[in-house]
Design a protein around this ligand. Structure first.
Ligand code: GRF
Length: 200
């Protein structure tokens, strides 16, 4: 299975996904694509020897034109699956429909709680005892597709959005590769990772 990874930023999830697809793993990364030319993940992808592409959303008049350019950049790599990893553009139903069932995303909350942005600040504000991350299939509704896996962390009394984000990110790096491996093996059952002992 060929996997294209879409990023907008540092690409830490992209790195862990790309590094996981080795040996007897049924998938291989075929492209790292960013909507931002300055994404730090592009250099990290190049360091891993991965093909990269940039489709700068600011260069297009509207979402449809941007997504047409996305398609054009993706097709030569012939991906079977798209893995959004810190990709911060909202996709139209036209694009999510074209990749229905073949596009995953990692979201830094325990969906269906806190779709959208600022998930950690919202969890702290709500006084939640735990937070976490979710891998889901991407559908037309933002952060609302079938959940393929979750990982949970405690919210500590003195947590800031930053300290909680760092704790959740560690779990993202465990969860996403584990879910991708199952999906690449044809298994779409839900994976809820057991909590690890938090030694902060
Ligand atoms: C992560 O928290 C991810 O959940 C969110 O973007 C953040 C940065 O991810 N979508 P990365 O380091 O660019 O993979």
């Amino acid at each position: 299975m060929r996997v294209a990874i879409l990023i907008s930023g540092s690409g830490s999830n992209m790195v862990t996904l790309a590094r996981s697809m080795t040996g007897d793993h049924p998938a291989r990364p075929c492209l790292v694509l960013s909507n931002r030319p300055d994404a730090g993940g592009l250099a990290r992808a190049a360091d891993l020897g991965l093909p990269t592409a940039v489709v700068d959303h600011r260069a297009y008049p509207d979402r449809a034109a941007f997504e047409a350019a996305l398609q054009e950049a993706l097709l030569p790599a012939a991906p079977d699956l798209l893995a959004l990893a810190g990709f911060m553009r909202i996709l139209t139903p036209g694009f999510t429909g074209a990749w229905s069932g073949r596009m995953l995303n990692i979201h830094p909350s325990l969906l269906p709680k806190y779709p959208g942005l600022d998930t950690h600040a919202r969890a702290i504000e709500a006084g939640d005892a735990e937070a976490g991350c979710s891998v889901h299939e991407v559908t037309a509704d933002l952060d609302a597709g079938p959940i393929l896996g979750q990982a949970r962390v405690p919210v500590l009394p003195d947590d800031s959005a930053e300290t909680l984000a760092a704790r959740v990110l560690e779990q993202e790096h465990r969860l996403y590769p584990a879910v991708l491996r199952r999906v690449a093996a044809g298994d779409r059952s839900r994976l809820d990772l057991p909590p690890v002992l938090q030694i902060d």
